[in-house]
Structure formats: C-alpha cells, structure tokens
Design a protein around this ligand. Structure first.
Ligand code: AP5
Length: 219
C-alpha cells in the first residue's frame, strides 16, 4: 500500500504517521527526517539543503526527487510505505507519478490533514523531540513527564532549528504557495480523503483509523 500524507507544517503528519507504521506495517518515508539525517552525516546533499531548511524555504525539486526516489526504490519490496512531506510541489508529484507508473505501482490513499494557520505556529514552537530516540513531544499538548527529558529515559529533548516563530511563518507561506495546489491535483483522483487536524491528537487518530480501516475493508 502506498499512502501520501499531505498537510501544512506542524499539522501533525509525523505524529499520525507513527501510528500508520505501527498499525499497518508501513514504512515511514519522511523527507524532512531524511534531510535531517543527511545533514547530521554531513553529506553533500545535507550541506546543500541546510540553508533552505534553516530559512524555511523548500529544497530544490531536483535534489528532493533524487533523494526520495532512492528511498522509494529501497522500500519498494516491503509491505508498503507512507510518504510524509513528499511530494511538496506539483513538479515533485509529476515525478512521483512517472516513477510509480514505470514500476507498475500507484498511490492508494492521499490523506490531507487540515489545520488552521493560527494553530500551526503554536504547535511548531512548542514541539520538542528526544535527541537520542526521536520520540516527539509538545510542551503543552503532549508534555514530557520531566521537563526536558525523554519519558523513555534515554536523553534530553531538543528543538529543531527551523521551529522558531519567524521561520515557521515562512514555512506556512511556502505551504500555501507551493504545496496546497497538490490538494486540487489529487482531487482529480478518487483517493483523496480530508481529515480535520484542528482537534486533539486522539481525535485525529480516530478519524484516520476510520478512513484507513474503511479503505482496507473495501479492498
Ligand atoms: P519537514 O520536516 O517535513 O517539516 P514540515 O512539513 O514543516 O512538518 P513538520 O515536521 O514541522 O510537522 P508535522 O506535520 O510532522 O507535525 P508534528 O507531527 O511534528 O520539513 C522540514 C524542511 O525540510 C522544509 O521546511 C524544507 O526546507 C525541507 N523539505 C522537506 N521535504 C521537502 C520537499 N518534499 N521538498 C522541498 N523541501 C523539503 O506535530 C507538530 C507538533 O504538534 C508536535 O509537537 C506534536 O506533538 C503536536 N501535535 C500534533 N498533532 C496535534 C494535535 N492534533 N493537537 C495538538 N498538538 C498536536
């Protein structure tokens, strides 16, 4: 199964994708996580992506498409995957369609998580993650038991460099200009499902499971 998770920055895509991984055995292909890994490893791609990411701009399509195609090929023979943060432009979506067609595959589900702009900044600025295991927290909505430590006891929490209020506004602006057109692109298929992401994490999860279980029953 191939799932695309659309939504603005901070909507809760990563939070909900973890559930898709656990429940449906899908591989989580997050373009943001892959880019952060490349940066940590100091690769050429990581170095090229750094200034775009830190200022809230999109990394150029050619770099992202090459990176994601490699990941998709590797995941190709597994039980399926969920794309989180890719595609993010119409150009990326066209390249993805072309590659899937060549591999005789297609996208099964496109999930569009809708969240009002006013909530996004609050969610992003309060986000923290464990510097060792990557577990995600929010200082208000999903706080750790001990102020700055991971509940699993493995390490201190960190904040992403692009999670400042100023950079977040740039990311939201770019989402509206470059990524939101994907909603009408995928509305030309019958795979697109909208999810209200303005509610609590558990309520979003319940709606997501409802949609996914419905789709799996019909297949
Ligand atoms: P990326 O890492 O993909 O960032 P993003 O899309 O901006 O998304 P986030 O990871 O910030 O948010 P999320 O929706 O996953 O929210 P989360 O679940 O963490 O990309 C980073 C950068 O990489 C981009 O800016 C760009 O430069 C580059 N890049 C990546 N992909 C690219 C591409 N395809 N093309 C070009 N450039 C690319 O939740 C956020 C917080 O809210 C958490 O603290 C969580 O606990 C909390 N939360 C979640 N759900 C709820 C809820 N329902 N109620 C209350 N709180 C909630």
């Amino acid at each position: 199964m191939i799932v695309i998770f659309l939504g603005p920055p901070g909507a809760g895509k990563g939070t909900q994708c973890k559930l898709l991984v656990d429940r449906y055995g899908l591989k989580h292909l997050s373009s943001g996580d892959i880019l952060r890994r490349e940066r940590k490893e100091g690769t050429n791609l990581g170095k090229q992506a750094q200034s775009y990411m830190d200022s809230g701009q999109l990394v150029p399509d050619d770099l992202i498409v090459a990176m994601m195609m490699k990941e998709i090929q590797t995941a190709g023979n597994s039980g399926g995957f969920v794309l989180d943060g890719f595609p993010r432009t119409i150009g990326q979506a066209l390249e993805l369609d072309k590659a899937l067609e060549e591999a005789d595959k297609e996208v099964d589900v496109v999930l569009n998580l809708r969240v009002d702009d006013i909530k996004l900044e609050e969610r992003i600025v309060g986000r923290r993650s464990c510097s060792r295991c990557g577990a995600a927290y929010h200082m208000i909505f999903n706080p750790p038991q001990n102020d700055n430590l991971c509940d699993r006891g493995c390490g201190p929490l960190m904040q992403r460099a692009d999670d400042t209020a100023e950079v977040v506004r740039n990311r939201i602006k770019n989402y509206h200009e470059l990524t939101s057109p994907l909603i009408s692109y995928y509305s030309q298929t019958d795979n697109l499902h909208h999810i209200d992401g303005n509610v609590s994490i558990d309520e979003v999860t319940a709606e997501l499971l409802n949609i996914m279980d419905g789709i799996l029953q019909d297949t």
